[in-house]
Write a protein that binds this ligand. Structure first.
Ligand SMILES: NC(=O)c1ccc[n+]([C@@H]2O[C@H](COP(=O)([O-])OP(=O)(O)OC[C@H]3O[C@@H](n4cnc5c(N)ncnc54)[C@H](O)[C@@H]3O)[C@@H](O)[C@H]2O)c1
Ligand SMILES: [Zn+2]
Length: 370
């Protein structure tokens, strides 16, 4: 078992990572929580697959628990489900010293984390992330949220878990698409922070080979995220680098009405666009000199089953990227690559953004039409 310590003063916590940890969850929770009462919030899909193992482990450790399952999918991250969950906690007579154990991907993690942040002004929670995305991303950083009809993640809080138990074997049952989506975030960490890690990712031939090294890969990503989160817990500075590919990606997700692209697919295309964008500005080394960055990223994304071209016109993205910006002087911040493994934030006007996007569209970058 690998353990990563996230150092955030009184909000510090450990992430334990290994294959098979689920069966030790009860004992691991016992080490940090003395109470004997818990509520388990679980996504119904992984719960059907693994719930009985978690229950056995909790019971063996003497942790009494009731289970609240939610339907799979983003629609569970709502105020309505939050209210049902909070009420379930109250009806179950969970006290301030009680514990919430969250079992699922980013949806369960964000909903459960927010419930823990607000129930009786805040209780402890333990996260057991079950998707690759949640293991490498949402389990570090303490962001929790639910959606409103008018937008994603509009209500939330920073609330760090007391412990994260990451069992990489749970990823075996993810669909290929969800697995690939998680790999987009893995590739993101490598592209912005660690060139050697990027190079090592090019050596895996398939999902089976990746799975063999998954405890290491997840640890590496959490460690890279840890460095910026410890520096910038409230996300006001360097943590912004984690948005690499996300400004373009969110625009693609929105245009596709969250049906066409899952998050990681938007991020994959977004990262490629960000590289092409930086190259066009002369801020990212072009493929003609030195390491062919665009090609290397494209090849790695393709090898991981991620999209590298879209028929969404690139100019459509501009509107979504600048929705709250005036056409004149107001600035947009984009994360670009100075080189593989080194990211920085560039600021530019909406007009400048539009001009560069038009050039990329003319060059048929990522297949985007005019
Ligand atoms: N808090 C943060 O820092 C943070 C970071 C990134 C994303 N997020 C949020 O996370 C959410 C996306 O997370 P996600 O990609 O994990 O999605 P998700 O939680 O919806 O899970 C994706 C799908 O996989 C299924 N699933 C989960 N575990 C499984 C398993 N082990 N085997 C088989 N199927 C399984 C789920 O039922 C679901 O259908 C978004 O709401 C996003 O806003 C939060
Ligand atoms: Zn992301």
């Amino acid at each position: 078992m690998k353990t990563l310590h996230i150092n955030l003063q009184e909000h510090s916590y450990d992430i334990h990572i290994d294959g098979g940890l689920l069966d030790h969850a009860g004992a691991l929770i016992r080490q940090i929580h003395s109470g004997s009462q818990a509520i388990v919030l679980a996504d119904e899909t992984p719960w059907k697959l693994y719930g009985s193992r978690l229950e056995t482990s909790l019971t063996q450790a003497g942790i009494k628990h009731s289970v609240f399952t939610i339907p799979s999918g983003e629609s569970s991250k709502s105020m309505a489900v939050l209210e049902e969950l909070l009420d379930f906690m109250a009806v179950s007579k969970l006290t301030r010293s009680g514990l919430l154990i969250v079992f699922g991907g980013g949806v369960a993690g964000d909903l459960g984390g927010f419930a823990a942040a607000t129930y009786m002004r805040g209780i402890d929670f333990v996260q057991i992330p079950t998707t690759l995305l949640s293991q490498v991303d949402s389990s570090v950083g303490g962001k929790t949220a639910v959606n409103l009809p008018s937008g994603k993640n509009l209500v939330g809080a920073f609330h760090q878990p007391r412990l994260v138990i990451t069992d990489t074997e749970l990823l075996a049952t993810l669909s290929d698409r969800e697995f690939s989506g998680g790999m987009a975030e893995v590739i993101k960490y490598a592209a912005i922070f660690d060139r050697d890690f990027f190079d090592s990712l090019t050596e895996y031939q398939n999902r089976r080979e990746l799975m063999e090294e998954m405890p290491y890969i997840v640890y590496k990503c959490c460690d890279l995220k840890r460095i910026v989160v410890e520096e910038d817990e409230r996300d006001t500075g360097r943590r912004m680098l984690l948005n690499f590919g996300h400004t373009f990606g969110h625009a693609l997700e929105t245009i596709g009405q969250y049906q066409r692209y899952i998050h990681g697919e938007g991020v994959a295309l977004g990262m490629l666009l960000a590289v092409a964008f930086g190259q066009e500005l002369g801020l990212t080394p072009s493929d003609e000199i030195g390491h062919p960055l665009f090609t290397a990223l494209k090849d790695l994304l393709e090898a991981n089953g991620l999209p590298t071209s879209t028929d969404i016109p690139l100019m459509d993205l501009v509107e979504h990227m600048t929705i709250d910006k005036k056409a004149d002087g107001s600035k947009i911040r984009l994360v670009l690559l100075e080189d593989l493994g080194e990211a920085f934030v560039d600021t530019l006007t909406k007009d400048h953004l539009a001009a560069v996007m038009e050039t990329l569209a003319q060059r048929r970058i990522c297949g985007g039409d005019l």
